[in-house]
Design a protein around this ligand. Structure first.
Ligand code: ATP
Length: 138
């Protein structure tokens, strides 16, 4: 069993129940969860690897446009399985190529794409610690 970090982004929080239905149907255990309004400084730290990219400032506008729901998910091979469950970054591409994914179902385009998932075990540890700083290693 492995853990990963998932974040329902502001555009999909109004469909949180449906997102959790998908999470549970794919046999992820939701082991920690909270809703938070990120400050711009917090969002900048969370996405610091993207600093300097053309979409960085719009990304900060987007992820601070309303509350997000942060989750720690646990299952076998959680990082890879959550990325597969999300689908491609671009929600329009996801609708064409991976219609049975979170981004296809709940996202809009390549920015407003409903949810985030850690891209590695190292990133998962960092992102879980960012949102749940007191959490212990499982
Ligand atoms: P995430 O890290 O949120 O799971 P990802 O790994 O699929 O998404 P990244 O390349 O890490 O995508 O980009 C982080 C986020 O920045 C994307 O999820 C999306 O919201 C936004 N983003 C990425 N590329 C673009 C782009 N070309 N134009 C606008 N927004 C983008």
């Amino acid at each position: 069993r492995q853990r990963t970090f998932a974040m329902v982004k502001p555009d999909a929080v109004h469909r949180l129940g449906e997102v959790i239905d998908v999470i549970q149907s794919r046999n992820f255990e939701v082991s920690q969860m909270k809703m938070v309004q990120l400050t711009r400084a917090q969002a900048g730290l969370f996405y610091r690897e993207h600093e300097g990219r053309p979409f960085f400032e719009p990304l900060l506008d987007y992820v601070t446009s309303g509350p997000v729901v942060a989750m720690e998910l646990i299952t076998t091979n959680a990082v890879q399985r959550w990325r597969e469950t999300l689908g491609p970054t671009d929600a329009e591409l996801a609708r064409r190529e991976a219609p049975d994914t979170i981004r296809a179902k709940f996202g809009k385009d390549k920015q407003s794409n409903a949810a985030h998932g850690s891209d590695s075990d190292v990133a998962a540890t960092r992102e879980i610690e960012f949102f749940f700083p007191s959490s212990k290693v499982h």
